[in-house]
Design a protein around this ligand. Structure first.
Ligand code: NAD
Length: 178
């Protein structure tokens, strides 16, 4: 499948690299131009056992690419994973501004049916908020929002992703589930 990962940090890079390793065509998007340039030059920005060899293999065979261009990667993708930061605020609540900001951008870019998957750690009800934002500018037949929270642990992120002890997928759409 053609997949975009929005936010190429710890979770996004591991997710994107492992999806490329399992045969998908992946574009990792980030707003950090320096980080994207480094990854394009073959530099893995984090240390995670087992990641570098997968990164190298999949960048060389063309299944793993990096960009700052959100629109072109979204247009080329069937599934979009949001792996954006959700830092806790002073009251401990997750800051959803990154996730909701990108959802708003997506609502102006998507032109064909696309599954938007939230991998960030977010409170219950976030999928409805993302859905509502997308629906402001998009026909509801053109998208579904799915929850797929990430449980990987730093230090064993690659094996946690490749052989997870659980995968949680939340959706009310049979089409998106398929
Ligand atoms: N790191 C972990 O061990 C871990 C494990 C499970 C879940 N999570 C959750 O996963 C989510 C991501 O965490 P992380 O550790 O990968 O964060 P991170 O800070 O390592 O990476 C986030 C990336 O998103 C990019 N970004 C920010 N705004 C953007 C935008 N508008 N468009 C594109 N890219 C943008 C940043 O430049 C950064 O590279 C968080 O919700 C976190 O709680 C993290």
């Amino acid at each position: 499948m053609n997949i975009s990962i929005i936010g190429t940090g710890y979770v996004g890079l591991v997710t994107g690299t492992c999806f490329a390793e399992t045969g998908n065509d992946v574009i990792c998007v980030d707003i950090d131009e320096k980080k994207v340039e480094k990854m394009k030059a073959g530099v893995v920005p984090i240390f995670e056992p087992g990641l570098e060899v997968l990164f190298e293999r999949n960048t060389k065979n063309g299944r793993l690419k990096f960009t700052t261009d959100l629109a072109s990667s979204v247009k080329a993708s069937q599934i979009i994973f949001l792996a954006l930061p959700t830092p806790p605020g002073e009251d401990g609540a997750a800051d959803l501004s990154y996730v909701l900001g990108v959802a708003d951008q997506l609502s102006r870019i998507i032109t064909k049916y696309t599954v938007i998957v939230d991998k960030s750690t977010v409170p219950v009800g976030t999928a409805e908020k993302v859905h509502a934002l997308l629906a402001q500018n998009l026909d509801e037949d053109l998208f579904d929002v799915v929850s797929n929270p990430e449980f990987l642990r730093e230090g064993v992120a690659v094996p946690d992703f490749m052989k997870p002890d659980r995968v949680v997928i939340g959706t009310s759409s049979a089409k998106a589930q398929k």
